[in-house]
Design a protein around this ligand. Structure first.
Ligand code: HEM
Length: 417
């Protein structure tokens, strides 16, 4: 897609370097001259926003780790000390904690964008699957990170999630609990668990950074999809990445950071759970154990099934399903702009995820408008799976898409046609 390199070394040193390690040529071809569809909208800025948030999380995380003590007797107090005694420790901590939430806001917009414009379809299946791997790594990293402040929700969240493995006892007696014991490094969540979670929480962001490299590589082979979902026909359909998208992405990154910092400075506990300001106590279970907001839909699916093992499998299945989307969608047309039925099912799916998230945040026996929420979660879970496994394959066969424009530039350059 990018064609032959247009890099011209401008100095003697640049020529010398270019024939030995052509880093400048690589940067020029992938980030400056890279031909990019001219019709990318705001939703295409979220890749750049995600990359920025990953950097923010790594930098603030490294500084936090300089003061954090990964010991069950000291972790909570070490975080408290950071908030009160370390210069600007409160800022770094709130940036990191809110950064996680904003990282997930960005990734969900990025994923829904990909779903809406059919960006997972050939030839971008590997790009999509690398995205799913990134998402799973983000979920794991966030889970490990949430345990570290060693508050009540940290401890009980870790207990609930690691206990999923003991559900295996129902099919292979003792194996499930044996795996849970092995994960804990003891007979319950405790100091060894905290230590290994800290180690993994420090490691995984660098794995994420490596996979992001692959993700962007896999993007640069076919090039970007675009809101019309049609192929680039020639140079008239593209503009160089710089200055067009460096400026556009830069603007949206700045806007996103402003909103994020608004929360850091004015509502730093908005996304948090007050129970995590109470030190972990293995003998007092909080009345409602809830994960962070970005995992609530999965939690709702888990709790909607009365049988523990099946609940765990449903939850795991909801994640694994994402990797199959490129093959579940049978439509020849990528973008939902030209798919009248898909568009409607897509928006119901977005609503479904919000309803599931709401159900996950309430007590398990809650009733709203006379409806037990566990039933709402059951319907939501059915729609989640039905959307991918039934609607997507069927729609490609029965839907009549709207006519596609001949090229990306056609509606702009010859609007009368
Ligand atoms: C750490 C997380 C991630 C980072 C840093 C990241 C980064 C990027 C960047 C820089 C782009 C190009 C700009 C854009 O289209 O927005 C991109 C495109 C893309 N990403 Fe991601 N991404 C991440 C996670 C994901 C996830 C979780 C998925 C899906 C499961 C995904 C799927 C895609 C797809 C399909 C494209 C191509 C979109 C198109 O051309 O229409 N990404 N990503």
């Amino acid at each position: 897609m990018s064609g032959p390199s247009t890099y011209v070394p401008k100095s003697g040193f640049a020529r010398w370097m270019d024939s030995r390690l052509p880093l400048a040529r690589f940067a020029h071809d992938t980030m400056l001259s890279f031909p990019t569809p001219r019709n990318l909208n705001i939703w295409y800025a979220f890749g750049a926003i995600l990359t920025t948030m990953l950097l923010v999380q790594i930098v603030t995380g490294i500084v936090l780790a300089m003061h954090y003590v990964a010991n069950a007797d000291m972790a909570f107090d070490s975080v408290d000390r950071m908030m009160r005694d370390i210069n600007y420790g409160w800022l770094i901590r709130f940036m990191h904690a809110n950064g996680a939430s904003f990282f997930f806001i960005a990734v969900y917009i990025h994923m829904f964008r990909g779903l809406y414009y059919g960006s997972y379809k050939a030839p971008r299946e590997v790009l999509w699957i690398l995205g799913v791997i990134l998402y799973l790594l983000m979920v794991a990293t966030a889970f490990f990170g949430y345990v570290l402040p060693w508050g009540q929700m940290s401890f009980w969240g870790a207990t609930v999630i690691t206990n999923f493995f003991s559900a295996l006892d129902q099919v292979t007696p003792h194996w499930g609990s044996a795996i849970a014991t092995w994960l804990w490094g003891g007979y319950a969540v405790g100091d060894p668990t905290l230590n290994r979670f800290f180690s993994l929480h420090y490691l995984l962001p660098f794995v994420i950074a490596g996979v992001v490299g692959l993700h962007i590589w896999a993007l640069h082979v076919p090039g970007n999809n675009n809101p019309l979902g049609i192929e680039v026909q020639g140079p008239q359909d593209t503009v160089p990445f710089h200055p067009y998208y460096t400026v556009k992405d830069g603007f949206y990154v700045a806007l996103f950071l402003l909103i994020y910092l608004g929360f850091v400075f004015y509502a730093p506990d908005f996304f948090g759970n007050p129970d995590n300001y109470t030190p972990a106590n293995p003998v007092v279970t909080p009345p409602d154990i809830v994960p962070e907001w970005y995992l609530l839909p999965y939690y709702a699916m888990l709790r909607s099934v009365p049988q523990k093992l099946i609940g765990v499998l449903v939850m795991a299945g909801s994640l694994v399903t994402l990797a199959f989307i490129p093959w579940l969608d049978t439509s020849k047309v990528r973008s939902s702009r030209f798919r009248p039925m898909m568009k409607q099912f897509f928006w119901i799916f977005v609503l479904d995820c919000i309803v599931l998230g709401y159900c996950g945040a309430q007590s398990v026996d809650a009733v709203r408008f006379g409806v037990p929420l566990v039933w709402a979660a059951r319907v939501g879970t059915l729609y989640y799976f039905g959307f991918f496994w039934v609607v997507m394959p069927l729609l490609g066969l029965i839907e009549t898409p709207k006519p596609l424009p001949a090229s990306i530039s056609q509606p702009v350059l010859s609007p009368a046609e």
